[in-house]
Write a protein that binds this ligand. Structure first.
Ligand SMILES: [Zn+2]
Length: 265
């Protein structure tokens, strides 16, 4: 889903269906129906694929595109310098450029990394109600190395079921950041000594972001739909959070079904 952040108002959501972007917020409180047409088209080449690999790719592009390599999930393992990047040019454009390390609060506090251009989209996609950038670094790999250092003291995963059951406790993001800097000081000092103050900049004064999601009612139990098993997802749309539609009949992670042709009504 495509999102648009609004200060002091809930995020706006749009569902890409064919060439159209259907505004979803007006459907909240109404019945909706998604019907899977039985076809998956690779998000890269558009060719039909029997199975979706990654988040909507054919097997060939799952195994050949740099964006689907394991170093994207584990950026500290970037192997560009070894000359083995699947697509060095893509790597230069996407990984060899400034990244941010952030703290976000979706069900609890967690650390993550993102490219500058993905702020605040990345946080909305996670269903975070609060977020703050805490470091700016010159490559994706450095962001990964910082994340590894912070992970010893804070989680790096979102608990999506908890995220979908309600809003988390409001946190003082600036003090969470200060606390984390203190805890990770030895590792941070070592990274700065090795890579330099220009490459690793700690953001001691970043602005905290807040997001509101269009949710009328949170579910008590979270049951998720899988288009590989059910063709029709139907029910009253209770809300939208992260990349999930929350229906009174269950939730669906739209991101997971990228490339699936659906009818929306
Ligand atoms: Zn493909």
């Amino acid at each position: 889903m495509i999102t648009r952040a609004n200060k002091g108002k809930p995020v706006d959501y749009f569902l890409p269906v064919g060439e159209f972007h259907v505004p979803l917020n007006p459907y909240i409180g109404k019945n909706i129906r998604l019907e899977y047409q039985g076809e998956i088209h690779c998000l890269h080449c558009g060719e039909r694929t029997n199975k979706s690999f990654g988040q909507g790719f054919c097997y060939k592009h799952f195994t050949s595109l740099a964006q689907n390599d394991s170093c994207i999930m584990s950026p500290e393992q970037c192997h560009y310098h070894e000359g083995t990047c699947r697509e060095p040019e893509w790597g230069e454009r996407n990984c060899m450029q400034s990244h941010y390390v952030y703290l976000s609060n979706s069900s609890a506090i967690k650390v993550g990394i993102t490219r500058g251009g993905q702020i605040p989209t990345r946080w909305i996609d996670q269903g975070a109600t609060q977020a703050i950038a805490i470091a700016r670094v010159t490559t994706r790999q450095l962001a990964g190395l910082l994340e590894v250092a912070f992970k010893e003291h804070v989680a790096d995963k979102t608990h999506w079921q908890a995220m979908l059951k309600g809003a988390p406790t409001v946190l003082d993001m600036a003090s969470e950041r200060d606390r984390l800097f203190e805890l990770a000081k030895p590792q941070l000092d070592a990274l700065i000594a090795e890579h330099g103050l220009v490459a690793v900049q700690l953001l001691t004064n970043g602005e905290a972001y807040e997001f509101e999601f269009p949710v009328q009612q949170y579910p008590e139990k979270v049951k998720s739909f899988n288009l590989d098993k059910t063709d029709v997802v139907e029910g009253k749309l209770m809300g939208i959070k992260g990349q999930y539609l929350i229906l009174d009949s269950g939730v669906i992670n739209i991101r997971r079904f990228g490339g699936y042709s659906v009818n929306f009504s």
